[in-house]
Design a protein around this ligand. Sequence first.
Ligand code: ASP
Ligand code: MG
Length: 465
Amino acid sequence: MTHNMKSKSTNIIIMKFGGTSVKNASAMKNVIDIVKERQSQNPVVVLSACSGLTDRLLKLIRNAGKKSSINLMKEIAVIENHHLDIIDELINKRDIKKNCSDNIRNLIQQLTLLVEGVSLLRECTPRSLDAAASFGELMSITIFDAACRDRKLNSVFFDARHVMKTDSNYTQAVVDFKGTKKLSIEYILPLSAKGKIVITQGFIGSDENGITTTLGRGGSDYTAAVLGSVLNAKEIQIWTDVNGVLSADPRIVHKAVTIPEMSFDEIRELSYYGAKVLHPDTIKPAILAKIPVRVLNTFHPENNGTLITEKTKEKYAKIRSVHLKRYCINLLINMSHSDSTETRIIELLSKLFESEIKIISTCFVDNRVLIAIDNPDESTHNLIKNILYGLDYKIENISLLCICGVNLIEDSDILQKITILLNRFDPKSLFYGFSSTSLIASVPEVNGENALNTIHNLILEMNKI
Ligand code: ASP
Ligand code: MG
């Protein structure tokens, strides 16, 4: 259970840096500068493995389960050299450099033993996968901490496994919030109170027997959110390689801009409709504990990024982002055609739900039912054909526009403006999303991009950017 009441926050900030932010010496140097500038804010730094490394380690250990370890030693050497090269470039003081290189060699030795063991058994279990994957984060924080000390920063290496308690569901372990909270308060807070910059691993934890677990791929954001929540941090910062959450996909909308602030509801909605932003599940503990999350760019730290909070200060209705979901269909069924229509629609819907096909919306228009379906494949089309056989229905290829903002329901002006603009694109439907933060429109597939850019211009105009 996470706590969902906002109590007084501590003066800690969580700073999480992903794999690309620590991929090599110059990236790490950059991250150290960012942390240094914020050292007075009591940062707890959560790091991922160097980018690509988790994939490599998992592949290595899977291969060990299939064949002799001899062939795998080359790959281990590549991993070792990659880290030793970073140390060489990043760390200046001789003793720190030597000590750090020894630590990495030590970790590599342990990894080698693991690979040999798995190879001898010819069996790679989920537990072995977690053990192997954990070396990525272990190596990145070993180097990062040493590099901080090399620059006279008051940092401390803190193994997340001491506090991040989980069940034993290897590769997808579930966090025990109560245990994690108790230990984090006991061990991390005092270090931070002493002015230490705490450096710890994302993604990994340990079960009740102290065996290494992981929280699922990409789990470092989740670690940051868990630590932020149990330590009641002032802010959780997710440092990545984009300027925060953008008003649209910059590959399609060249004028896309950073959204300075948005609510948890908006991020939920955006991600449900497919925007590749921070996934709300990964920051759920922060959402429940109402802790502000800020998305920032490691490579442009001067930008303020996007601040995501429970409620934004915005008083008036405003749209702030628009996302295009391609390759959807609108299925329109005429209800007055036959008595069995209703039963058959219910049958179709339950089959669609069973098969995990994403239904974007279902609504009644006059005497027709409109079901919007995300990316249907051949079997979905067959299912529709079989169940609705003989009924009066049609399928339209559409793109969905998810238009997100604040207080949308309260302002008919916005709805009117959007309707006028969309009318140029032969709109098929327009309805509110799950909350007052979104409007969902469908237009013919071919009009998707133009409609997106047009709505985006309205965003720029409204936000005076
Ligand atoms: N290194 C882990 C992964 O690649 C965790 C993370 O990057 O968030 O899945
Ligand atoms: Mg990663």
